[in-house]
Design a protein around this ligand. Structure first.
Ligand code: ADP
Length: 275
């Protein structure tokens, strides 16, 4: 069965609601059969319980790592997703990496160096809050490198992710899709609430002016880098509770599909005696 919200590898999607390649399931406002947060609480709780059990299996087996990549426009909810989706898991088995403007050390190497250095160890879940995709997004929108340079990165990224997958890492990529109106509301609420002032910068307002350029850059990412081995999912993200549910469900289902079992002990446990 087709996975909901996936960008079909080799297909073509549009983020613009009026085009023929637009999938209504990808719409920022979409909430499936749910109407309100309360309708999802019980199911989310069940998913969190499953996630905890699966994380333990992942850690015990030490065969796979899970890399979750979160991308989206400013205020799309990357931080909230990390807080809510990972609410139920053991923090010792999870690591979050934020991708900021590259440091001098990072920018004196190839753009994938810092991403490769940050991938999770086997047995662990790693989350990239932004990622190597910034090198075909902000870098493209602001002409930080020439087109001929960023264009070849799609293939380089696909090859990099394939190598990770072939070496035991599961790669899940989520684009948190909010509407431009929703971003306006979220930015305004940050301006109006002194407890949220720390969350807003001039840059957030400046970047909003490039909305259409970012949408074009995201469409190209989704159409060029959703692969059989590392697909992209477009997550409706205007409603935070639906976003959390969909991502948690995808992570749980992916872990379930690994059919993990606790490893056999090295010795005959029944013969062990605790003095
Ligand atoms: P966030 O917005 O994710 O909460 P920040 O406000 O610190 O975190 O923003 C990080 C900034 O770093 C973003 O504007 C992002 O576009 C920028 N950035 C990340 N990677 C790169 C890169 N490779 N080149 C240039 N800028 C980058």
């Amino acid at each position: 069965m087709a996975q909901p919200f996936i960008v079909k590898p080799g297909g073509k999607i549009s983020l613009n609601g009026s085009g023929e390649d637009f999938n209504p399931e990808h719409s920022p406002e979409y909430t499936g059969s749910y109407r309100k947060k309360g309708d999802t609480k019980k199911y989310l709780k069940k998913l969190h319980k499953q996630m905890l059990r699966l994380q333990e299996l992942l850690y015990a087996g030490g065969e796979h790592a899970v890399l979750i990549i979160l991308q989206g426009m400013d205020t799309c909810g990357k931080d909230g997703t990390i807080r809510k989706v990972m609410a139920g898991i053991n923090v010792q088995g999870c690591n979050v990496v934020n991708f900021k403007v590259p440091t001098i050390d990072e920018s004196s190497r190839d753009y994938l160096w810092r991403a490769h250095k940050a991938v999770p160890q086997r047995g662990k879940i790693g989350i990239f809050n932004r990622s190597h995709y910034e090198d075909v997004l902000v870098v493209r929108v602001h002409d930080l490198v020439q087109k001929s340079v960023w264009k070849q990165r799609y293939q380089q990224i696909n090859d990099f992710e394939k190598m990770l997958v072939e070496n035991g890492t599961i790669v899940l990529k989520f684009f948190l899709n909010i509407s431009k109106d929703e971003q306006k509301e979220r930015l305004e609420s940050r301006i109006n609430d002194p407890t949220k002032h720390w969350k807003i910068t001039d840059a957030d307002i400046r970047e909003r002016a490039y909305w259409d350029d970012y949408m074009e850059a995201y469409e190209d990412v989704l159409n060029n880098c959703s692969t059989d081995w590392a697909p992209w999912y477009v997550i409706p993200a205007n409603k935070k509770w639906y976003r959390n549910l969909v991502i948690t469900e995808r992570v749980v289902n992916t872990l379930e599909d690994l059919n993990m079992k606790f490893p056999e002990p090295d010795s005959d446990v029944s013969k062990l005696i605790v003095e």
